[in-house]
Design a protein around this ligand. Structure first.
Ligand code: HEM
Length: 282
């Protein structure tokens, strides 16, 4: 059981984390926000597909039964659940500091996640602003070794890419044709917005295959594919693709670092009783 409030602690998950629903993972936001009101972080575009809220609720309920609901924050629950989900999916095991507190606001405007069609340098600006290095960005995007993306996030690559009348030339033509059948085109999308695996090789395993896929032009989202093409990131992608251990070690370090960004500790924030809403003000 994590200690109530320690002086340091990993924290507001710094922008992303997994919510564990092995083997499905999700992206989430800062400070353990699981609020469901219309204008909450959970409702922002990039987070609309986050899954696993029920699991976080269940963990909180179990803590309440043990009289710990006001001791363990939602931010810690999410961070620990993320750690466990990585291990359950065959990824590395690691320990993360606890002691985070939850945010007092949950605001859609606070969610600032980069889009999937950004260039490497544009995406890196976002990571740098959080104190993360380029190598750490390449490592963390390796989290796309699991989970899915909705067609809407990469459909523009499948046909008439940037007005060329053709698919994105950096995508394997066979893959583009297959995805086109699943997704339809950006101008004529299918009614529902289906999902496809982000790692076309070993989607349910946290491993280095994601990097191999990008080398074979099988990155689903443009940003993933760019990792293997951009001069600043390609060498590390090749190293990770060749050396699974190197990736695992790097992933552990980067995940721990990310979990310590923008942490609330001490008297800051609160320990939410219900992870979906801030505590009612007295
Ligand atoms: C430039 C940075 C990033 C961009 C642009 C990005 C973008 C996206 C997008 C658009 C999706 C698809 C969401 C959907 O269709 O529902 C996604 C999925 C995912 N992302 Fe990221 N992401 C980034 C970084 C990260 C990081 C740092 C992590 C974790 C360390 C991460 C973990 C995941 C996971 C696990 C999924 C699968 C979600 C699921 O199956 O529900 N991403 N990402």
């Amino acid at each position: 059981m994590p200690s109530p409030v320690v002086s340091v602690g990993g924290g507001g998950v710094g922008g992303f984390c997994f919510l564990p629903l092995p083997p499905a993972f999700s992206m989430s936001t800062e400070n353990g926000n699981l609020k469901i009101s219309k204008s909450s972080e959970k409702d922002s575009g990039p987070n609309q597909s986050v899954r696993g809220y029920d699991l976080i609720d269940a963990a909180k309920k179990a803590l309440a039964a043990a009289n710990c609901a006001s001791t363990v924050s939602c931010a810690d629950i999410i961070t620990l659940a993320t750690r466990d989900a990585v291990a359950l999916a065959g990824g590395p095991t690691y320990t993360v500091p606890t002691g985070r507190r939850d945010g007092l606001v949950s605001n859609v405007d606070d969610v600032n996640l980069p889009g999937p069609s950004l260039s490497i340098s544009e995406a890196f600006a976002f990571f740098k602003a959080k104190g993360l290095t380029l190598n750490e960005m390449v490592t963390l995007l390796g989290a796309h070794t699991v989970g899915v993306a909705h067609c809407g996030f990469f459909q523009d690559r499948l046909a008439d890419f940037q007005g060329t009348g053709k698919p994105d030339p950096t995508m394997d033509p066979g893959l583009a044709a297959r995805l086109l059948r699943t997704c339809g085109t950006a101008s004529r999308p299918l009614n529902r917005d289906p999902t496809v695996f982000l790692d076309q090789g070993t989607n349910f395993i946290v491993d280095n295959q994601f990097y191999n896929q990008t080398i074979f032009k099988k990155g689903i989202m443009q940003i993933d594919q760019e990792l293997a093409l951009d001069r600043s990131t390609a060498p590390l992608v090749r190293s990770f693709a060749k050396n699974e251990n190197l990736f695992r070690q790097s992933f552990v370090k980067a995940m721990i670092k990310m979990s310590q960004i923008q942490v609330l500790t001490g008297k800051a924030g609160e320990i939410r009783r219900n992870c979906r809403v801030v505590n009612p003000r007295k």
